[in-house]
Design a protein around this ligand. Structure first.
Ligand code: PRX
Length: 692
């Protein structure tokens, strides 16, 4: 039993939902228990915040949430401009706080927040904190892969280092609006490089350093950066990865395609690792630059960064975020969803190569003046107790991670957790995929000693920040539910015809009208932006996720409904894996589906047909997996290759993935109607080969 304040009695539903005047949003339906007006029965799976927690919480009650939520949807301009005013603006935005067209039927989709407002997010993250007397506060604690290697930077020191890199970038010709690709591991220099770009108005595009040379080249060719920043090598667990070699390979690949603007200018190798003789510009050149760097003041709608993510076709999408709205949104979501206090020590295990590392390692926490822990290595290196060792070492109070890590540590046993104190912890967080209730309970009971609320935050690269997330202290939680929408977010669940469904239901998760952190376009392809996100259900932003809402109004995410799979919280397009597989000369066709995986959430299951006359062999299986590792990255390697003499196709040639999913998950009695297949015999062949 993981309920903190388990109380008795039964639920009495209070129809507290207020339907607002047309155009405005609906207020979530909260029942009496959640409003604190009735007592819950034990069988209701509600986990209450302790009285101690609620007393000190930023949002101590559901009523307070409802009050703020109501204002945020009835008067979004007033709500968000009050918050935005707490930041430094060189000049304020015009009369229109938000202007948008979210309805494709009314013409092109666009979103603008705080247009005309002039600011700089790096200034707001660093200078503003230093100026307000927090210069000596630790901004980053860095923990290296190897125990015993660590470092810290105060806000003043971080600002100096960011200024040096910014001056260096300016000196080598990087200007406002130029793209800069960053391919670095989790060193402090990664967020330093991001902040340096932001300081001079350059648009950073961080590529996760687990991506292969091919994937890096693809992204370089799309955004044509002036500079690629990298380091010589990194040690992940016990493995050394030579990043500089990967960048060299990517640059020569993109040069073949006529992109010559990308020049490798920085080789960072901070402190510990110098496996190869690479000129270390960071050591020799960057420190010679001034620690003062004038800020490039930019418009709120000027681009801040591009981040590539997977879609349902092979080509990655360059999600573009702008400055002002993103700044206000990441800061606010961070503050409320983690109940942030200035005394907190915050650790998010995400890599800056993903959106979580942008919004909740770098911008959100620094905008709040937080102390952030950054860990370079693998969370189970050298043993599965490493995370709790780090928690105790830095006295971490807020710990934010992914369900895949929770499940993997849970499998390793409680002893690795309980041998550490963890008493500093007060809030836990989860992101990236649905967290199954058993992993939620283990996280809550064992890691958090049944005293730390869990913020299960649903959001996406595209949303910039949290969309549906518990506000710890405000209401009871349900293990596995992301709970209720954040301020200003109006989620709707629609049926396959795009009709909004009310009350308790399941369907496709969409969002009505914009929030400040909304992405503005896909880089260089506004049409794809509209087609992917706004055309499927006109009038709404379509998330690509399935969702249900229960009788108490809680939202439960059920996973992707498109051809995207979520492996250990990494979003992978099935088409990307398929195109890597068919690039192998002996592979004729490939169809990839996701299957349930105990630790990773979803695993990658690939059906392949071979070129005529080629026999399937163990060696070929291994080669196919290597091909995917080399073309995308190790994290996209298929868990299972299923050799298929043919794939189930309709008469018009469309692969029936529904059938493949059932075969992959061995739900053979749920294959459904196979009579529309061009050759129904294919299915029996596939089943016969399933365990080869
Ligand atoms: O399917 C949802 C899942 O991750 C997708 C977004 O992936 P990405 O853009 O890479 O961003 C990951 C970090 C925000 C979503 O479409 N997802 C993310 N968080 C959750 C989640 N699914 C369920 N619960 C979550 N808390």
């Amino acid at each position: 039993n993981c309920s903190l304040n388990t109380t008795t009695n039964h639920l009495r539903h209070v129809e507290s939902m207020a339907v607002l005047p047309s155009g405005a949003g609906k207020i979530p339906r909260l029942n009496a228990v959640i409003l604190g007006e009735a007592l819950a029965s034990e069988e209701d799976d509600l986990v209450f915040p302790s009285d101690d927690f609620a007393r000190q919480a930023l949002l101590p009650s559901a009523q307070k949430y409802l009050e703020m939520y109501k204002r945020s949807v009835e008067d979004p301009a007033g709500f968000w401009s009050d918050i935005a005013s707490q930041f430094l603006w060189k000049s304020k935005w015009g009369d229109t706080v938000c202007s948008e067209n979210f309805d494709i039927r009314n013409g092109n989709v666009y979103v603008q927040w705080f247009k005309g407002g002039i600011t700089n997010i790096c200034y707001n993250c660093l200078d503003r904190n230093v100026d307000s007397g927090n210069g000596d506060k630790i901004a980053f604690h860095w923990e290296g892969n190897e125990r015993g290697f660590h470092d810290s930077l105060t806000y003043t020191q971080l600002l100096s280092q960011v200024c040096q890199v910014a001056n260096y970038l300016r000196d080598i010709g990087v200007k406002k609006g130029d793209a800069v690709v960053i391919y670095l591991p989790m060193l402090m220099e990664l967020p330093i490089a991001m902040l340096a770009c932001a300081r001079i108005g350059a648009v950073h595009s961080v590529v996760f350093a687990g991506f292969s040379a091919d994937s890096l080249a693809q992204r370089i060719m799309d955004c044509k950066p002036k500079v690629v920043l990298t380091c010589n090598a990194v040690k992940r667990g016990s493995k050394v990865i030579h990043l500089k070699d990967i960048v060299d390979a990517a640059l020569s690949e993109s040069a073949k395609n006529g992109i010559s603007s990308a020049v490798l200018h920085i080789a960072y190798s901070f402190g510990i690792l110098t496996y190869k003789k690479t000129p270390l510009v960071s050591k020799d050149v960057v420190p010679t630059y001034s620690t003062i760097c004038e800020v490039e003041w930019v418009d709120a709608e000027d681009p801040l960064f591009l981040l590539y993510t997977s879609g349902s076709t092979g080509k990655p999408k360059g999600v573009l975020h702008t400055t002002g709205g993103y700044m206000v949104y990441t800061a606010t979501t961070f503050k409320y969803a983690f109940d942030y206090k200035p005394s907190d020590i915050y650790w998010c295990t995400a890599d800056c190569g993903w959106i979580t590392g942008h919004s909740y390692v770098t911008y959100g926490p620094l905008l709040n003046g937080a102390t952030v822990v950054i860990y370079e290595g693998a969370p189970n290196y050298p043993d599965p107790g490493r995370c709790w060792d780090i928690v105790d070492k830095f006295k971490v109070t807020i710990f934010y991670t992914a369900p895949t890590l929770v499940r993997s540590l849970m499998r390793d046993g409680d002893a690795y957790v309980t041998r550490y104190s963890r008493k500093s912890l007060r809030v836990l967080g989860s992101v990236g995929e649905p967290i199954n209730p058993s992993a939620w309970r283990w996280f809550f009971n064992v890691v958090g000693d049944s005293r730390c609320p869990i913020s299960d935050t649903w959001w996406q690269t595209e949303t910039g920040g949290f969309m549906i997330a518990p506000l710890p202290g405000a209401w009871p939680q349900k293990p596995g539910s992301a709970t209720f929408p954040f301020f200003g977010v109006q989620p709707v669940i629609v049926d396959e015809k795009g009709v909004e469904i009310e009350g308790e239901c399941s369907g496709y998760l969409c969002v009505k009208s914009s929030w400040p952190g909304t992405f503005r376009t896909l880089y260089g392809d506004h049409e794809r932006y509209e087609t992917t996100y706004f055309k499927p259900f006109p009038g709404y932003y379509f998330s690509g996720d399935g969702c249900s809402r229960d009788k108490d109004g809680y939202y439960w995410l059920t996973g992707r409904v498109d051809d995207v799979i979520n492996v250990s919280g990494h979003r992978i397009g099935t088409a990307e894996v398929e195109s890597a597989l068919v690039s192998h000369p002996q592979c004729a066709e490939a169809a990839v589906v996701g299957v349930e995986h105990e630790v990773k959430g979803q695993g990658i299951y690939a059906f392949v047909t071979l070129v005529d006359g080629i026999p399937y062999s163990e060696e070929l299986r291994r080669n196919l997996i290597t091909t995917v590792r080399n073309q995308i990255g190790p994290f996209a390697a298929p868990d299972r290759i299923h050799w298929a003499p043919g794939l189930p196709k309709t008469r018009s040639g469309k692969i029936m993935r529904r059938i493949l999913r059932k075969i992959a998950s061995r739900q053979l009695d749920e294959l459904g109607d196979t009579s529309t297949l061009a050759d129904p015999g294919v299915v029996d062949q596939l089943i016969a080969l399933a365990d080869c």
